[in-house]
Design a binder for this molecule. Sequence first.
Ligand code: BGC
Length: 256
Amino acid sequence: MLRLQGKVAIVTGAGSGIGQGIALRLASEGAQVVVDYVGKPEGAEETQQEIEHEGGTGEIVQADISRAADARAVVDEAWKRYGSADILVNNAGIEKKSDFCDTAEADYDAVMAVNLRGPFFLAQAFARRLRDAKKPGRIINISSVHEDMAFPGFATYCASKGGLRMLMRDLAVELGPLGITINNVAPGAIVTPINTALLEDKPKLNALLDKIPLGRLGKPEDVAGLVAFLASEDASYITGATFVVDGGLMRNYREQ
Ligand code: BGC
Protein backbone atom coordinates (compact mmCIF):
# COMPACT_ATOMS: atom_id res chain seq x y z
CA MET A 1 0.00 0.00 0.00
CA LEU A 2 1.28 3.45 -0.88
CA ARG A 3 1.53 5.42 2.35
CA LEU A 4 0.79 8.85 0.86
CA GLN A 5 -1.89 7.92 -1.69
CA GLY A 6 -4.38 10.76 -2.11
CA LYS A 7 -2.13 13.32 -0.39
CA VAL A 8 -0.74 16.53 -1.87
CA ALA A 9 2.73 17.66 -0.82
CA ILE A 10 4.41 21.02 -1.35
CA VAL A 11 8.21 20.78 -1.46
CA THR A 12 10.22 24.01 -1.69
CA GLY A 13 13.61 23.95 -3.38
CA ALA A 14 12.63 20.74 -5.14
CA GLY A 15 14.82 21.24 -8.21
CA SER A 16 18.02 19.94 -6.66
CA GLY A 17 19.68 18.22 -3.73
CA ILE A 18 17.68 17.18 -0.69
CA GLY A 19 14.47 18.81 -1.98
CA GLN A 20 14.61 16.84 -5.21
CA GLY A 21 15.20 13.62 -3.26
CA ILE A 22 12.21 14.39 -1.02
CA ALA A 23 9.91 15.24 -3.95
CA LEU A 24 10.77 11.96 -5.70
CA ARG A 25 10.33 9.91 -2.53
CA LEU A 26 6.97 11.44 -1.58
CA ALA A 27 5.75 10.91 -5.15
CA SER A 28 6.92 7.28 -5.08
CA GLU A 29 4.75 6.82 -1.95
CA GLY A 30 1.71 8.13 -3.83
CA ALA A 31 1.67 11.89 -3.11
CA GLN A 32 0.98 14.48 -5.78
CA VAL A 33 3.78 17.00 -5.51
CA VAL A 34 4.08 20.75 -5.95
CA VAL A 35 7.67 21.12 -7.17
CA ASP A 36 8.79 24.60 -6.12
CA TYR A 37 12.04 26.14 -7.41
CA VAL A 38 13.53 29.60 -7.65
CA GLY A 39 16.27 29.89 -10.27
CA LYS A 40 16.85 26.82 -12.43
CA PRO A 41 13.81 25.54 -14.34
CA GLU A 42 15.90 22.59 -15.66
CA GLY A 43 16.19 21.19 -12.13
CA ALA A 44 12.46 21.40 -11.47
CA GLU A 45 11.72 19.88 -14.88
CA GLU A 46 14.08 17.00 -14.11
CA THR A 47 12.23 16.41 -10.83
CA GLN A 48 8.86 16.50 -12.59
CA GLN A 49 10.01 14.17 -15.37
CA GLU A 50 11.38 11.64 -12.89
CA ILE A 51 8.13 11.77 -10.93
CA GLU A 52 6.10 11.20 -14.10
CA HIS A 53 8.48 8.49 -15.30
CA GLU A 54 7.61 6.59 -12.11
CA GLY A 55 3.88 7.09 -12.75
CA GLY A 56 3.34 10.03 -10.36
CA THR A 57 2.25 13.66 -10.78
CA GLY A 58 4.21 16.83 -10.15
CA GLU A 59 3.27 20.46 -10.79
CA ILE A 60 6.06 23.00 -11.11
CA VAL A 61 5.76 26.36 -9.35
CA GLN A 62 8.38 29.11 -9.63
CA ALA A 63 8.68 31.35 -6.57
CA ASP A 64 11.19 33.27 -4.52
CA ILE A 65 10.06 32.10 -1.09
CA SER A 66 12.31 34.68 0.59
CA ARG A 67 9.48 37.11 -0.19
CA ALA A 68 6.36 36.58 1.91
CA ALA A 69 4.07 37.25 -1.07
CA ASP A 70 5.77 34.51 -3.10
CA ALA A 71 5.67 32.13 -0.15
CA ARG A 72 1.89 32.63 0.08
CA ALA A 73 1.58 32.23 -3.68
CA VAL A 74 3.15 28.74 -3.54
CA VAL A 75 0.41 27.63 -1.14
CA ASP A 76 -2.26 29.30 -3.29
CA GLU A 77 -0.94 27.44 -6.35
CA ALA A 78 -1.25 24.09 -4.56
CA TRP A 79 -4.91 24.81 -3.84
CA LYS A 80 -5.48 26.07 -7.40
CA ARG A 81 -3.89 23.05 -9.06
CA TYR A 82 -4.85 20.24 -6.70
CA GLY A 83 -7.74 21.67 -4.67
CA SER A 84 -5.86 21.36 -1.34
CA ALA A 85 -2.62 20.21 0.22
CA ASP A 86 -1.78 17.99 3.19
CA ILE A 87 1.98 18.18 3.58
CA LEU A 88 4.34 21.17 3.50
CA VAL A 89 8.07 20.51 3.30
CA ASN A 90 10.07 23.69 3.94
CA ASN A 91 13.28 22.58 2.31
CA ALA A 92 14.67 25.58 0.38
CA GLY A 93 17.79 26.91 2.06
CA ILE A 94 21.05 28.74 1.44
CA GLU A 95 24.29 29.36 3.29
CA LYS A 96 26.98 32.03 2.96
CA LYS A 97 30.44 31.78 4.46
CA SER A 98 32.07 34.74 6.16
CA ASP A 99 33.86 35.52 9.40
CA PHE A 100 31.40 37.02 11.83
CA CYS A 101 33.24 40.37 11.98
CA ASP A 102 33.07 40.70 8.18
CA THR A 103 29.51 39.54 7.57
CA ALA A 104 27.61 41.94 5.33
CA GLU A 105 24.05 43.05 6.05
CA ALA A 106 22.94 41.83 2.63
CA ASP A 107 24.20 38.31 3.37
CA TYR A 108 22.47 38.31 6.75
CA ASP A 109 19.20 39.38 5.08
CA ALA A 110 19.47 36.83 2.26
CA VAL A 111 20.13 33.85 4.55
CA MET A 112 17.46 34.79 7.08
CA ALA A 113 14.92 35.47 4.34
CA VAL A 114 15.28 32.10 2.60
CA ASN A 115 15.89 29.93 5.65
CA LEU A 116 13.49 31.50 8.16
CA ARG A 117 11.11 34.09 6.70
CA GLY A 118 10.14 31.74 3.85
CA PRO A 119 9.21 28.81 6.12
CA PHE A 120 7.39 31.22 8.47
CA PHE A 121 5.04 32.61 5.81
CA LEU A 122 4.64 29.31 3.98
CA ALA A 123 3.60 27.68 7.25
CA GLN A 124 1.25 30.59 7.98
CA ALA A 125 -0.46 30.43 4.58
CA PHE A 126 -0.69 26.61 4.82
CA ALA A 127 -2.10 26.70 8.37
CA ARG A 128 -4.70 29.35 7.44
CA ARG A 129 -5.95 27.22 4.55
CA LEU A 130 -6.14 24.09 6.71
CA ARG A 131 -7.84 25.96 9.56
CA ASP A 132 -10.47 27.33 7.19
CA ALA A 133 -11.04 23.90 5.61
CA LYS A 134 -10.97 22.20 9.07
CA LYS A 135 -8.37 19.75 7.77
CA PRO A 136 -5.29 18.28 9.50
CA GLY A 137 -1.82 18.66 8.00
CA ARG A 138 1.89 18.02 8.31
CA ILE A 139 4.71 20.57 8.24
CA ILE A 140 8.27 19.28 7.96
CA ASN A 141 11.16 21.76 8.03
CA ILE A 142 14.52 20.75 6.66
CA SER A 143 16.74 22.33 9.26
CA SER A 144 20.35 21.31 9.93
CA VAL A 145 22.57 19.91 12.64
CA HIS A 146 23.44 23.61 12.93
CA GLU A 147 20.11 24.37 14.54
CA ASP A 148 21.96 23.06 17.56
CA MET A 149 25.68 22.91 16.79
CA ALA A 150 28.10 25.80 16.13
CA PHE A 151 29.43 26.28 12.58
CA PRO A 152 32.22 28.88 12.65
CA GLY A 153 32.10 31.07 9.53
CA PHE A 154 28.37 30.55 9.18
CA ALA A 155 26.79 32.62 11.95
CA THR A 156 23.93 33.72 9.68
CA TYR A 157 23.14 30.09 8.83
CA CYS A 158 23.27 29.06 12.51
CA ALA A 159 20.98 31.95 13.49
CA SER A 160 18.48 31.03 10.77
CA LYS A 161 18.42 27.33 11.65
CA GLY A 162 18.25 28.04 15.39
CA GLY A 163 15.30 30.29 14.61
CA LEU A 164 13.71 27.52 12.57
CA ARG A 165 14.02 25.19 15.54
CA MET A 166 12.16 27.59 17.85
CA LEU A 167 9.58 28.38 15.18
CA MET A 168 8.88 24.64 14.92
CA ARG A 169 8.60 24.24 18.71
CA ASP A 170 6.25 27.19 19.01
CA LEU A 171 4.05 26.11 16.11
CA ALA A 172 3.80 22.58 17.50
CA VAL A 173 1.91 24.18 20.40
CA GLU A 174 -0.04 26.76 18.40
CA LEU A 175 -1.07 24.44 15.57
CA GLY A 176 -1.56 21.21 17.53
CA PRO A 177 -5.19 22.05 18.34
CA LEU A 178 -5.81 22.39 14.57
CA GLY A 179 -4.50 18.87 13.99
CA ILE A 180 -1.38 20.17 12.29
CA THR A 181 1.92 18.54 13.29
CA ILE A 182 5.30 20.17 12.71
CA ASN A 183 8.76 18.65 13.02
CA ASN A 184 12.31 19.41 11.91
CA VAL A 185 14.66 17.11 10.08
CA ALA A 186 18.27 18.09 10.75
CA PRO A 187 20.68 16.75 8.13
CA GLY A 188 24.44 16.70 8.61
CA ALA A 189 26.77 16.67 5.64
CA ILE A 190 24.78 15.51 2.63
CA VAL A 191 26.06 15.42 -0.96
CA THR A 192 24.15 18.31 -2.56
CA PRO A 193 24.92 21.54 -4.43
CA ILE A 194 25.07 23.52 -1.13
CA ASN A 195 28.28 21.58 -0.39
CA THR A 196 30.05 21.99 -3.75
CA ALA A 197 33.01 23.94 -2.32
CA LEU A 198 33.57 21.36 0.41
CA LEU A 199 33.25 18.40 -1.95
CA GLU A 200 35.97 19.87 -4.17
CA ASP A 201 38.37 20.46 -1.27
CA LYS A 202 39.91 17.02 -0.51
CA PRO A 203 41.73 17.89 2.76
CA LYS A 204 38.59 19.56 4.19
CA LEU A 205 36.39 16.73 3.00
CA ASN A 206 38.67 14.12 4.59
CA ALA A 207 38.73 16.06 7.87
CA LEU A 208 34.93 16.07 7.89
CA LEU A 209 34.69 12.38 6.98
CA ASP A 210 36.94 11.64 9.93
CA LYS A 211 34.27 13.18 12.19
CA ILE A 212 31.42 11.08 10.81
CA PRO A 213 31.18 7.73 12.64
CA LEU A 214 29.39 6.08 9.72
CA GLY A 215 32.33 7.08 7.50
CA ARG A 216 30.48 8.65 4.57
CA LEU A 217 28.52 11.72 3.61
CA GLY A 218 24.75 11.35 3.49
CA LYS A 219 22.63 11.13 0.35
CA PRO A 220 19.39 13.01 -0.29
CA GLU A 221 17.64 9.61 -0.08
CA ASP A 222 18.84 9.23 3.53
CA VAL A 223 16.90 12.37 4.41
CA ALA A 224 13.92 11.68 2.16
CA GLY A 225 13.05 8.37 3.86
CA LEU A 226 12.61 10.12 7.20
CA VAL A 227 10.52 12.90 5.64
CA ALA A 228 8.22 10.28 4.07
CA PHE A 229 7.78 8.65 7.47
CA LEU A 230 7.00 12.00 9.16
CA ALA A 231 4.43 12.70 6.44
CA SER A 232 2.78 9.30 6.91
CA GLU A 233 0.01 8.09 9.24
CA ASP A 234 2.60 6.32 11.39
CA ALA A 235 3.86 9.74 12.54
CA SER A 236 0.46 11.18 13.46
CA TYR A 237 1.33 11.55 17.18
CA ILE A 238 4.75 13.14 16.57
CA THR A 239 5.05 16.92 16.79
CA GLY A 240 7.54 19.46 18.11
CA ALA A 241 10.63 17.31 17.58
CA THR A 242 13.87 17.50 15.63
CA PHE A 243 15.22 14.33 13.98
CA VAL A 244 18.93 14.26 13.17
CA VAL A 245 20.20 12.48 10.03
CA ASP A 246 23.97 12.93 10.20
CA GLY A 247 25.79 9.58 10.37
CA GLY A 248 26.63 10.31 14.02
CA LEU A 249 28.41 13.64 13.36
CA MET A 250 26.74 15.55 16.19
CA ARG A 251 27.60 13.00 18.84
CA ASN A 252 31.21 12.59 17.85
CA TYR A 253 33.35 14.42 20.34
CA ARG A 254 36.79 12.87 20.63
CA GLU A 255 39.85 13.98 22.53
CA GLN A 256 42.88 13.12 20.48
C1 BGC B 1 25.52 22.54 5.84
C2 BGC B 1 26.78 21.98 5.23
C3 BGC B 1 27.65 21.32 6.30
C4 BGC B 1 26.83 20.35 7.10
C5 BGC B 1 27.62 19.68 8.24
C6 BGC B 1 24.83 21.49 6.64
O1 BGC B 1 23.70 22.03 7.22
O2 BGC B 1 24.68 23.00 4.81
O3 BGC B 1 27.51 23.01 4.60
O4 BGC B 1 28.75 20.64 5.70
O5 BGC B 1 25.71 21.00 7.65
O6 BGC B 1 28.36 20.61 8.97
